[in-house]
Design a protein around this ligand. Structure first.
Ligand SMILES: Cc1ncc(COP(=O)(O)O)c(C=O)c1O
Length: 318
């Protein structure tokens, strides 16, 4: 399995077997894969999505990485940490009207040396437009521009190195991952080469997501996957009490989840199991994509209590 040490950054893979009455009822096995790093902002899909961006930036002799994100973005937190670790600069084009450095995500980014340029909602909408990108690139020629979420060819390449197929009990029949900007699932599909079924659980309401995933796939790996929509609730980053309750239950077996990405997607998987949509006796492999830093932002905005913040982040365990 993927495991390496880069000066002070240690990366290690870990499988966790999950217990749940629905799994017993359907005679299924569920394994969650964690990719842990000593810099927690890089755990899950983050280090994988950024490693080839860093290599490209170094090859192009850029001084750092510039990227896009919202005020509570896991991707911005990861870019800031990754750049600091590699002695590179980081710059965020931040979707915000003002720079709130009490926000724990932005405070963390700032601490790692990240600079910010604020974009209003209208400007931010242009983030993937060629002219806008060219304009930014001209303004910041020494920075490598990385798309929102790190979902580029480089981001996908890193995820492709992940082995989600071989659980400790044998090969999985279905691999499941949350999906937002598409790169993570594209990497998983490219890695499994259509041999294993991949379910991408959309955690955003975005009609272009399927097309974005498809555009990042190797041409011949295009069939054995499905984008599951309809489990996004009220929208991206929205969650309700039953979803929080699900995350609390999982925390009791040391599976720590936030309700925006992995928590929402895993809850969706259990809904699919309950609805009989997942084959009986299947062995399931679920990718925990990280993002636990986001819990601090939810607590900061009063969207979860201090007790939930401690429980869901695993802080209570220490
Ligand atoms: C914690 C977490 N999980 C999952 C995702 C979704 O991955 P992707 O954007 O590659 O679809 C993101 C967003 O990038 C994320 O921050």
């Amino acid at each position: 399995m993927l495991s390496s040490t880069n000066s002070t950054l240690t990366i290690s893979g870990r499988w966790q077997k999950i217990r749940h009455p629905l799994l017993l009822q359907h005679q299924q096995e569920l394994w969650v894969f964690h990719l842990d790093t000593t810099l927690p902002q890089l755990s899950g899909n983050k280090w994988l999505k950024l490693k080839y961006h860093i290599i490209l930036a170094q090859k192009m002799q850029k001084s750092g990485i510039a990227t896009f994100g919202g005020a509570f973005s896991n991707h911005l937190a990861a870019v800031a940490a990754m750049c600091k670790h590699h002695n590179m600069q980081s710059l965020a084009f931040l979707r915000a009207d003002n720079l709130d450095l009490d926000n724990p995500t932005l405070a963390l980014c700032k601490q790692q040396g990240m600079d910010f340029t604020l974009l209003d909602r209208q400007q931010y909408r242009q983030r993937a437009e060629v002219e806008f990108i060219q304009h930014i690139q001209q303004q910041y020629p020494s920075m490598l521009l990385v798309p929102e979420g790190g979902s580029s060819i480089e981001g996908v390449r890193g995820v492709t190195e992940l082995d989600l197929l071989n659980t400790p009990a044998g090969p999985a029949n279905v691999i499941i991952s949350p999906s937002a900007s598409g790169g993570t699932v594209a990497g998983i599909i490219n890695a499994t080469k259509d041999v294993t079924r991949v379910l991408a659980i959309a955690v955003v309401k975005d009609d272009s997501l399927k097309q974005r995933i498809t555009s990042l796939l190797h041409h011949n790996h295009n069939h054995n996957w499905q984008l599951i929509t309809g489990y996004c609730g009220a929208g991206y980053a929205r969650f309700d009490e039953p979803l929080l309750q699900f995350c609390r239950q999982m925390a009791k077996q040391q599976l720590y989840l936030e309700p925006i990405y992995s928590g929402k997607a895993l809850a969706a998987l259990f809904s699919l199991i309950a609805a009989g949509q997942i084959p009986r006796r299947a062995r399931l492999s679920f990718f925990h994509t990280g993002g636990l830093q986001g819990l601090a932002g939810l607590h900061y905005r009063g969207l979860i209590t201090a007790a939930d913040y401690a429980l869901l982040s695993g802080l209570e365990a220490y």
